[in-house]
Design a protein around this ligand. Sequence first.
Ligand code: 3PG
Length: 214
Amino acid sequence: MWRKLENLNTIAETGIVLIIRSESEEEALSVAEAAIAGGIRALEITMSVPGALDVIKVLSRKYASQGILIGAGTILDGETARAAILAGAEMLVSPQLNPDMIKVANRYQAVTVSGAFTAKEIVETLEAGADIVKLFPAEAVGPQYVKAMSAPLPQAAIAPTGGVTPQNVHEWLTAGCVGVGVGSYITKAAKDSGDYGRVTKAAEEFLQAVAAAR
Ligand code: 3PG
């Protein structure tokens, strides 16, 4: 239980969950290492990464003891949820409400981030026992949508995903989001050049933008 609170606190403190959706195991590991060097402390390895469970295993063995939260994303069923937890994931993320994932995660006290879009879906997500509501795809609605939803549903801890950048993150946080899910802005910084120092710099830039917005 305390571990879960520490993990939730890690997300709350840094305000960013980095989503790694790389095309290979090696790239995912390089991006993760570079982002951690830039200060990222919560990472989601999506199950679409080839060898995702191995990536989770390597990262969680190396970093869990350093208070870095390694999670698994795009979890679509209970079996994958359990496999991810056995590989070392302490956070499970799904693009939609998946009660089996939440049930397995809660059994092991893993953090859950569950996708929802409408008021109905947000309430169902809370009732299912998820910790954080992932507003996805966030760019389709914008920060004003979170503001509107938070009026009747202030109890929902909402984190937008999709299209969040250092330039617009303050709008999301001002609208009441607990944090944000970030993918391409950081993960694609090394694309073409292969210079992972750019990933580190993009992570630093993003974290500074979050800190400035608070
Ligand atoms: C994902 O699941 O990959 C997210 O939607 C990432 O969105 P972003 O790349 O726009 O941050």
